[in-house]
Design a protein around this ligand. Structure first.
Ligand SMILES: O=c1ccn([C@@H]2O[C@H](COP(=O)(O)O)[C@@H](O)[C@H]2O)c(=O)[nH]1
Length: 273
């Protein structure tokens, strides 16, 4: 089985380095002329699958926006995952899971095992219970060629209080990156990290050998033209900037949504070339 890292590199080489976020905010549903109910969510999902599935390398549904609709929302999320994967995109479920190992293995089955209707190509996880607590997810992901993206230096201002804290001479965020790099020495690129594009991050990413999800383009103020300096010391072939509201604001027309994604992706590609 090809590791997640090579799968990621192949996908972004073919379709470009922009992750399309599917975040069905209530305000977006309303601005698309949809009700904030299961039928509205379903329609929103269909339009996104159609607009992004065949053009984006990686699509990131934000799980939180599906959960308020209960079972119906999860059924829609299952369709988003399957529809985008069928159209050739990698799906990164933004679920930010994290718990003690025995519970983590249940999360791993939910998001990374073929037997689950929510099985995605990768999932975001929180390392707050210790990087080692994520081991069950890595154990499921690695043989399946799937990935796990660990929060390191998030795009929000509040993250600094934890992620910049000193931990034996390195920041907490840097220790997460270093732990991920140690796993990735096997060459499979199973572990990615999440590093916001919104400002200088102060991390050394040179040994990571895995993908870097960089949210914050558009609505949070990060700009494509700043990516080169924010990630100056990194291997830019691993970089995956992400935008949700910045692209979704062009909906509900499928052509306009796709054009908005493609324009943002082309901006990223020309900024990084
Ligand atoms: O550090 C992080 C980690 C995750 N996110 C998620 O990305 C999107 C961003 O949405 P925008 O509309 O482009 O602001 C959202 O799902 C966040 O939960 C992040 O922003 N920062």
């Amino acid at each position: 089985m090809t590791g997640f890292g090579p799968r990621f590199r192949t996908a972004v080489a073919a379709r470009g380095r922009l992750c399309a976020g599917i975040d069905p905010h209530v305000e977006l549903l309303q601005s698309w002329g949809l009700e904030a109910d299961p039928a509205g969510l379903d329609r929103f999902a269909d339009l996104c699958i159609e607009a992004f599935g065949s053009v984006a390398a990686v699509i990131k549904p934000q799980v939180a926006f599906f959960e308020p609709f209960g079972a119906a929302g999860l059924a829609t999320l299952e369709r988003v995952i399957a529809g985008c994967r069928d159209a050739g995109a990698l799906v990164l479920a933004d679920a930010k899971r994290g718990d003690i190992g025995s519970t983590m293995s249940a999360y791993a089955r939910a998001w990374l095992d073929d037997s689950s209707p929510l099985a995605s190509d990768a999932v975001t996880v929180s390392p707050y219970l210790g990087f080692g607590s994520l081991a069950p997810a890595l154990d499921v992901a690695r043989p399946a060629g799937r990935g796990v993206f660990v929060l390191a230096r998030t795009s929000n201002p509040e993250g600094a209080s934890v992620q910049l804290a000193d931990a034996d001479g390195r920041s907490v965020g840097q220790r997460i990156v270093d732990a991920a790099a140690a796993v990735n020495t096997d060459g499979a690129g199973t572990v990615g990290v999440v590093v916001g594009a919104t400002r200088a991050h102060g991390l050394d990413l040179t040994a990571l050998a895995g993908p870097v999800l960089a949210p914050g383009l558009g609505a949070q103020g990060a700009r494509a033209e700043d990516l080169g300096s924010v990630f100056a010391e990194s291997d830019l072939d691993w970089l995956l900037p992400a935008s949700s509201r910045g692209v979704l604001g062009a909906g509900p027309d499928i052509g306009a949504l796709r054009a908005s994604f493609e324009a943002a992706r082309d901006e990223v590609e020309s900024a990084l070339s």
